[in-house]
Design a protein around this ligand. Structure first.
Ligand SMILES: NC(=O)c1ccc[n+]([C@@H]2O[C@H](COP(=O)([O-])OP(=O)(O)OC[C@H]3O[C@@H](n4cnc5c(N)ncnc54)[C@H](OP(=O)(O)O)[C@@H]3O)[C@@H](O)[C@H]2O)c1
Length: 284
């Protein structure tokens, strides 16, 4: 079986490839792709088929997906261009006649007002309209989105606008393992999985980060408009600041809450409790 993973040069895609290998998939049957293929040399050394794929270059996508049976399309990170870019991947998958296309999306993508989810909704529509057997992996938030900011928290505290809202969190590694399950097992075509681990308020998360790191991280809740100014003051362009502040509005409204056990079912175990996930993320 030939399994193509896009975004393998990135953090999630790399972990998907590692999970496929750890489960005994034939390295020669895994195609790891990205633009920065130099980041994949170690995988090539282990027998993985490394190919260059640029979502903005349809010819590269046709070559990368040549012979593919199953494809994981990892959503890109060039905001504003992603529906067109992802559409090019879907078209290459149609040309290749793949038997499964999985896409990493966002919680409740088709119905949520969350700004960050708009391109995921657009991509989901393209994937669905393609007629390909597909799986939508609607990943909730990575624990690492927060733990990676520990140095900033130590300097300025954790500032947010999520109020008492809860966000479902899991490690990238857990979402990656779930994606690998979908790629390796039969029977997932047609599914939309809402994936997430335990849900916490940002104040609870700050307490867990404090407990695990031994540092004092206090959470301060501010109005959404004030959070935008804080993020602009920290150097973010205003549109990005507004999009990130909208995530906290979404958390306060329950839009990042995943009340399913889909992740546990795909993992075959419960996702890690928040404290253990934070410990692993900080150690990484
Ligand atoms: N659920 C969450 O909490 C959350 C948080 C952040 C991001 N995300 C989404 O999940 C995706 C994966 O997360 P991650 O942590 O692995 O992100 P990441 O480390 O930034 O990786 C992004 C990947 O997308 C690839 N990519 C971007 N533009 C591309 C293009 N034009 N053509 C080909 N590949 C392209 C990059 O490859 P090259 O640079 O080598 O081309 C890289 O492999 C992100 O891209 C984003 O859409 C989700």
């Amino acid at each position: 079986m030939s399994i193509v993973v896009t975004g393998a040069t990135g953090q999630l895609g790399r972990l998907v490839v590692e999970s496929l290998l750890a489960r005994g998939a034939d390295p020669a049957g895994i195609v790891a792709t990205g633009r920065r293929t130099e980041a994949l040399q170690d995988l090539a050394d282990r027998g993985v088929d490394v190919r260059r794929a640029d979502y903005a270059d349809p010819a590269s996508l046709r070559e990368a997906l040549d012979g593919a049976e199953r494809v994981l399309l990892v959503s890109g990170n060039e905001f504003g261009q992603r529906v067109a870019q992802h559409t090019a991947v879907v078209e290459a998958a149609v040309d290749a006649g793949v038997s499964l296309l999985a896409y990493t999306s966002a919680p409740h993508a088709a119905t949520t007002p969350l700004l960050l989810a708009a391109e995921h909704a657009g991509t989901e529509a393209v994937v669905t309209a393609s007629g390909l057997p597909h799986v939508l992996l609607r990943n909730a938030w990575y624990v690492e989105n927060y733990t990676a900011q520990l140095p900033t928290y130590l300097e300025h505290g954790m500032v947010g606008a999520a109020g008492e809202g809860r966000v479902s969190l899991a490690l990238r590694r857990e979402y990656a393992e779930a994606a690998a399950t979908v790629l390796l097992e039969d029977g997932h075509a047609g599914a939309t999985y809402e994936l997430g681990g335990p849900a916490v308020t940002l104040a609870e998360l700050a307490a867990v980060v404090s407990e695990v790191s031994g540092a004092q991280v206090a959470y301060t809740d501010v109005p959404q408009a004030q959070l935008v100014e804080v993020l602009v003051g920290a150097g973010l362009p205003r549109p990005a600041a507004e999009t990130f502040a909208d995530v906290d509005r979404g958390i306060s409204a329950g839009e990042l809450l995943v009340p399913t056990d889909d992740l546990a079912r795909l993992l075959g175990r419960e996702p890690l409790p928040t404290a253990e996930a934070v410990r692993e993320a900080l150690a990484g």
